[in-house]
Design a binder for this molecule. Structure first.
Ligand code: SF4
Length: 341
């Protein structure tokens, strides 16, 4: 069985060649129909009608299985959708409208092992890794089931992407395929809590342009270990070393995400420590106002605190973008996936 959402064009050409003695012509037709048009009746396209023996041999052998979109929630232009997988488990994805196009926030696991204290998904625990086709199926459904024009991918949904390394890289390759989903690497952002072994593996792969985001959230190990248990085994110094050695490429920057939580990581002293940690890494920092999560005691910062914290970092030469999360009312803000409302 050819699980097509796991295939790059070259992989399909090789498979057609090996198994059927056919090649690029039919593979390109199939890619055009399925990936570009969302047309699963590709055997009725001219290329296959002209090759009836091959079409008969292929019948029933190609599966397009992105999972079933069972629910969507909207807040203005933002859409969260829930996909039911073959085994009945569900994952969430979010379509975020940007100025000229949409960004799709993709899940990489069902649940998550990382247990970040501010995160709804973390409280769900870990169920399993997503297969390549379950990751790429999210863009298939966003484009062809929900008819949204997706140009950017952020791996910031449920799960820690680098904890599902091989399938993540496979999915990136499928999404990057020009004759398929055609998402440029520079339009993909992978967000991690700082799984150093994964960052080091990624550093060895030639993936120029792929953007790396680090969920940092604290200026020192004490606070970070409280918020993010991973920091106990992979503290900030190790994380910084792996980033220092990471081949960013010319003009590349790391994206840092810092969720500002009232009274916890929001003081001027914290801003100074954070700037010390960042120096001399090239970083663009997203400062995100904490989204309240039911059952957790953390509080959102005031607007003044957001401005003050951002100004202190800017004064140290760090590019800061302030974000008041969209999607609060549908629980689709950062760290809120996993709550089906
Ligand atoms: S923030 Fe990300 S890594 Fe942390 S628990 Fe939530 S989903 Fe997992």
């Amino acid at each position: 069985m050819i699980d097509i959402l796991e295939f790059t064009l070259e992989h399909l050409i090789q498979t057609f060649d090996k198994d059927y003695g056919k090649g690029r012509f039919h593979a390109q037709a199939l890619f055009r129909d399925i990936f570009k048009q969302g047309n699963t009746h590709f055997l009725l396209s001219p290329e296959f009608l002209d090759s009836p023996r091959f079409a008969r041999a292929l019948a029933g052998k190609v599966s397009v299985n992105p999972g079933e979109v069972v629910k969507t929630f909207a807040e203005g232009e933002l859409t969260k959708f829930i996909t039911r997988l073959e085994d009945g488990l569900e994952i969430e994805s979010v379509i975020i409208p940007m100025t000229r196009h949409n960004t799709l926030c993709v899940s990489s696991q069902v649940g998550c092992k990382m247990g970040c204290k501010f995160c709804e998904t973390g409280r769900m625990g870990f169920k399993r890794n997503l297969r390549i086709s379950e990751i790429t199926g999210q863009i298939y459904n966003a484009r062809h089931t929900l008819k949204k024009d997706i140009k950017n991918i952020v791996f910031m949904g449920m799960g820690e992407p680098l904890d599902n390394f091989d399938n993540l890289i496979g999915a990136i390759q499928v999404m990057n395929e020009q004759q398929g989903f055609d998402i440029a690497l520079r339009h993909m952002t992978l967000s991690t809590v700082g799984l150093v072994p994964g960052i080091e593996r990624l550093a060895k792969l030639a993936m120029p342009g792929l953007r790396l985001a680090i969920s940092i959230n604290a200026p020192n190990d004490t606070i970070r270990s409280r918020l993010m248990p991973i920091n106990k085994t992979l503290p900030l110094a190790r994380l910084k070393k792996s980033l220092t050695n990471f081949p960013l490429g010319k003009r590349g920057v790391f994206l840092f995400e810092y969720i500002l939580i009232k009274g916890l990581n929001d003081s001027p002293a914290h801003a100074a420590l954070l700037a010390d940690f960042i120096y001399p890494l090239p970083v663009r920092l997203n400062l995100i106002a904490y989204n309240p999560v039911q059952g957790l005691d953390y509080e959102s910062p005031s607007d003044e605190q957001m401005h003050e914290f951002a100004d202190l970092l800017s004064a140290r030469g760090i590019m800061v973008i302030k974000r008041w999360s969209r999607g609060r009312s549908v629980a689709a803000g950062c760290g809120q996936l996993g709550r089906n409302v």
